[in-house]
Design a binder for this molecule. Structure first.
Ligand code: NOJ
Length: 775
């Protein structure tokens, strides 16, 4: 081992001092494109570009996949041969120091210019220590906490050779049919933006060249979460007002926070796929927002434009480059066509240089020219991954992400004595605790709910286990939902027999914990559903269990808001556990036994049925708003058969304690340009346990030059209070909080009347008015 390292050092020194090869960067401490350091960087990059052939430049734009997490039909062949020919800029999906080092070694010892490779991976909610899925993380309403999860993910991934993560995904979505709601922060632009910033900071830190920071990649730019009918990869159609006022906010926030790379989305934006959309990628992203980092396609995003109907491979590749794309993920459209396109003047060398420079600059910022093995440190890999500290933190975070949706008759918390019947297809699954996009996880290390209950419950708790039902009635559907090693073995027994056995087990217990819902891969990429109920076969099990009249807690595993109308009507206690990551079983048990008081709040509305979708709190009023929230009035904008309101609104979540929030008071009624208004409420823990509450402030613009939403989240704070304790919370409102993009897309604050709402969900609020006057 020691010999190998010395050997590489000698090779590396040889490379750096060899006449025509790349010289190591003078200073790797480049974190921004300003000042002395960026002058050094620019000189280095210009010198290097000046020495590159056209083929070498195009080679840098080629991002190939290894075999760890294939998410499309193409896989690259002869990777090694391509590296040798200088035809590769980097890889995604290669895992472990040994494999990464091997690829890097070829690039930096056997190619003409010895340019190091960059190594990307979908480190979405943790590397080996897996945190809750992003939708669950957002339910903590705690950007600092989320930042730390990203920090730990970066620490672990960089210890194992990775220097670029395809995260954060900041796509706003209002459609729970879309499986990728699991990967984002829900429906709200403001909360989404706060979380986007936190994650970029967590990944990139303040110095990208440090060995434990990596490049963030904001995705999927743009509007990917607004696909028609919630079907993945489907068409998006949206006006610019909505783009600027709602969907763009989190992307922009991430760019403002310094995100070093962006991924174009698969979908079209205003008729042109994002990957070839010059308005989106160059006019908005680069010119308006000042993004100066690397722009990569999604997996085969260029080639997919052939199916979008934009032309053949050469044509779509040229379009992508001209639109502003720098790196081509997996599809090899650039490498195979750009030379011809240049000859035919369909692209310019200037654009190829621009793209190449962006790729080289990312590598420079990571410090790879100084030390291509900076992220290949076996000792770090041994010491810094899946540590006890990381796991303890993951358990804490998972506990905070759990949302208590209902708790009648004080069914929860459970006592740490007696017999629990733990029933359901998800009761004892390790692999399904982690959720989608945990490609680097070791699934066996996850703690199942059964293990969690046993450990946290202690010796006086007896657990009786029964599966009770298959995950899905339809075996093909079950297979699709349990891919990538997340299997739940199918039981050949007859459904009634399984239920009978479960009921018999339940009858021996004091309380039933039903572990039901979705498997990990029923949400995430390419996992859209038209039916977002708890699968029927599981619901029939639940019905039978309820008939026992034993106290029952439904622990729900889900990567999306589900339609829980039936469950809400019949089940006394519902704990929404999402997919909490490797420590999930322990974290859920902490909450079930009351060691942790749940404080999570949903960030995407839970609909009453799929027919309501999209249903979201920050909707427009329309010209015929409903008269009665839950009733029907003819000729108003409402339904004959259901309320307009979701079953559980944005920002909702219960606790084992209760909170009272007073009506908001303002220190003045008029906001002037450059001025502020202070909004105060008193929050009191009116129950008997220590608990956390998220105090949410929304604003409504009563009349504008364009229609404005009925409510928009503008501030929030999370506080912990002891029983009986109260605290004054104050928020400061400025002009910034009432600004929006008008019909000309100018960002303005318009004089007029406003309402402030404060409460603990988008629905449970009290209000106060103010005006904004210019003189
Ligand atoms: C496709 C997904 O859309 C994207 O989110 C992911 O980062 C890439 N594949 C790479 O795996």
């Amino acid at each position: 081992m020691k010999f190998r390292r010395q050997f590489f050092l000698i090779i590396f020194l040889f490379i750096t001092f060899n006449g025509f090869t790349v010289h190591a960067q003078q200073s790797s401490r480049v974190t921004s494109a300003s000042g002395q350091d960026s002058a050094t960087m620019n000189k280095f990059l210009s010198d290097l570009l000046g020495r590159m052939t056209l083929e070498e430049k195009i080679g840098q734009l080629n991002l190939l996949t290894g075999e760890q997490a294939i998410t499309g039909s193409s896989v690259n062949k002869d990777a090694e041969g391509k590296i040798l020919k200088g035809q590769v800029g980097g890889f995604l999906n290669i895992i472990t120091v040994a494999k990464i080092r091997k690829a890097q070694e070829i690039a930096v010892t056997k190619t003409r210019l010895k340019i190091p490779l960059i190594f990307g991976l979908d480190v979405i909610h943790g590397y080996k220590t897996i945190f809750p899925i992003p939708l669950a993380l957002s339910a903590t309403w705690d950007p600092k906490l989320i930042e730390k999860t990203a920090r730990i993910a970066a620490q672990e991934a960089t210890a194992d050779g990775i220097n670029w993560t395809f995260s954060p995904m900041v796509d706003i979505s209002r459609d729970p049919r879309w499986g990728r709601v699991a990967e984002g922060s829900g429906e709200d632009p403001y909360l989404g933006a706060e979380i986007a910033k936190a994650m970029v900071k967590g990944y990139q830190g303040d110095d990208l060249s440090k060995e434990n920071t990596l490049l963030a990649c904001v995705k999927h730019f743009a509007l990917y979460g607004a696909s028609e009918s919630g079907r993945d990869y489907n068409t998006v159609d949206m006006g610019r007002s909505r783009m600027y006022n709602e969907y763009f906010l989190p992307y922009k926030a991430a760019i403002d926070a310094g995100a070093a790379s962006v991924m174009a989305s698969f979908n079209e934006v205003d008729g042109i796929p994002a990957t070839a959309n010059k308005w989106l990628l160059t006019d908005v992203l680069r010119k308006e927002w000042g993004f100066s980092g690397m722009l990569v396609t999604d997996y085969t995003g260029i080639n997919e434009m052939i199916d979008h109907g934009l032309g053949g491979l050469q044509e779509v590749s040229a379009k992508a480059l001209n639109a502003g794309i720098d790196m081509d993920m997996v599809g090899e459209g650039f490498i195979t066509t750009l030379t011809n396109s240049l000859e035919e003047k369909k692209v310019s060398e200037k654009d190829i240089d621009r793209a190449c420079r962006m790729v080289l600059e990312a590598k420079y910022k990571l410090g790879l020219f100084e030390d291509p093995y900076r992220y290949c440190n076996e000792q770090r890999a041994e010491k810094e991954i899946f540590t006890a500290d990381h796991r303890a933190f993951a358990r804490k975070v998972a506990g905070k992400s759990v949302v208590l949706l209902k708790n009648e008759k004080q069914t929860l918390p459970l006592k740490k004595s007696g017999t629990i019947a733990l029933i359901g297809p998800l009761a004892d699954s390790k692999a399904n605790m982690v959720g989608t996009w945990s490609v680097s996880a070791n699934l066996n290390t996850a703690v199942s709910l059964k293990e969690g209950l046993e450990q946290v419950g202690g010796s006086k708790v007896r657990i009786l286990l029964a599966k009770g039902s298959n995950l899905m009635q339809d075996s093909a559907q079950q297979t699709r939902g349990t891919m990538f090693g997340r299997t739940i073995p199918r039981d050949d027994r007859n459904e009634n027999e399984m239920i009978k056995e479960a009921v018999a087990v339940a009858m021996k217990a004091d309380v039933i914990v039903a572990a039901l819902g979705e498997a990990s891969e029923m949400s995430g990429e390419s996992a859209s559903r038209t039916d977002i109920n708890v699968p029927q076969v599981q619901q029939r099990l639940l019905e039978a269990l309820l008939k026992t009249a034993k106290p029952l807690v439904l622990v729900l595993f889900n990567g999306r808001p589900l339609d829980l109308s039936w469950e809400n009507e019949h089940v006394p206690s519902i704990l929404n556990a999402w997919f909490g990551g490797t420590e999930s079983g322990l974290a859920i048990a902490d909450v079930l036994f009351g060691d942790v008081n749940p404080g999570g709040k949903i960030t995407a509305s839970f609909p009453r049925n799929v027919g309501q979708i999209p249903v979201y709190y920050n909707h427009k009023n329309t010209g015929r708003p409903q008269n009665d929230k839950h009733g029907f009035t003819k000729y108003r904008s409402n339904y004959l058969d259901a309320s307009n309101e979701p079953l559980f609104p944005f920002g909702y979540g219960l606790s084992y304690t209760t909170f009272g929030i007073t009506a908001p008071m303002v220190d003045k009624k008029v906001l002037s340009p450059g001025g502020t208004i202070k909004v105060k409420v008193d929050v009191k823990n009116t129950g008997t346990r220590l608990g956390e509450e998220v105090v949410q402030l929304y604003i409504r613009d009563m009349a504008g030059s364009i229609t404005r939403p009925v409510k928009e989240l503008k501030k929030f704070t999370k506080i912990a209070l002891m029983p009986g304790e109260s605290r004054e919370i104050s928020f400061t409102i400025t002009e910034e909080d009432i600004k929006f993009y008008n019909a000309d897309l100018a960002y303005v604050a318009e004089p007029g009347d406003f309402k402030i709402y404060v409460g603990n969900s988008a629905e449970q609020v009290k209000e106060v008015d103010f005006s904004y006057l210019k003189n």
